[in-house]
Design a binder for this molecule. Structure first.
Ligand code: JF5
Length: 221
């Protein structure tokens, strides 16, 4: 998968996408990630990225020209252009699974007060939010989406792990898990997990997952 990111803050992307599973996916060629500075697509002497909204009002808008030029330069057949902003549909695991098979994404990070509406109308295939709060810019949302999608790419987790069983894949929160020691400071691992009875363990885990989801996230049921 190829992902191009358009941002005013390319430095924000360096460390988080050069660690762990994303780093390995890039090294193995599962993910081809390119971060582009939107300012490189300006042509005036001051490299102006923003301007005042027509009709007045507070704040500034991203100028449309650099975004159009960048997207038109990078897009090919089968590209999905996605804006990141609080006005998008809320990103979740279903959307991550829908993006993972795409050959090419362009993620356009908003900032200031947001996008000129013509960017939405003429350029964007989708607009995503990562939740109902306001950030200073779309770099963190872009990284969240890259992370969630990358671990779903075939081979990204290695053979030991699978993305299929975890929280949300089944539509439920995860059941409680324990590792050694079986007694840590008097806090004991539930007896059933030490029993070796795999049918009983599976039943206990399913019950616990449902109970936890009912208590914490009834909206998922
Ligand atoms: C942004 C205008 C983009 O704040 C966000 C955001 C919050 N959830 N998902 C995305 O993006 C930055 C702010 C203002 C456009």
């Amino acid at each position: 998968m190829k992902i191009d990111v358009l941002t005013l803050f390319p430095a924000m992307f360096t460390v988080p996408l050069d660690e762990s599973i994303v780093k390995r996916a890039r090294a193995e060629g599962l993910l081809d990630l390119a971060i582009h500075n939107l300012r490189d697509y300006t042509h005036d002497r001051h490299r102006t990225m923003d301007d005042k909204p027509f009709g007045g009002g507070p704040g500034m808008l991203l100028k449309p020209e650099p975004i159009f030029e960048a997207v038109e330069n990078l897009a090919r057949e089968n590209t999905r252009v996605i804006l990141l902003s609080p006005a998008g549909r809320t990103f979740n695991q279903v959307i991550a699974r829908e993006l993972a098979p795409q050959p090419h994404l362009i993620l356009v990070c908003g900032s200031y007060e947001g996008f000129d509406e013509r960017v939405r109308e003429a350029l964007a295939d989708d607009e995503l939010s990562i939740g109902d709060y306001v950030l200073t810019n779309g770099a963190l949302p872009a990284m969240v989406i890259i992370d969630a999608v990358t671990r779903l790419l075939p081979g990204a987790l290695g053979d030991a792990q699978s993305p299929g069983e975890e929280s949300f894949s089944q539509g439920l929160l995860e059941y409680p898990q324990y590792t050694r020691p079986a007694d840590f400071r008097g806090m004991k691992v539930p007896e059933v997990l030490l029993s070796g009875n795999h049918a009983q363990i599976a039943r206990w885990r399913a019950e616990q997952a449902k109970k936890r989801t009912r208590e914490r996230r009834p909206d998922l049921l």
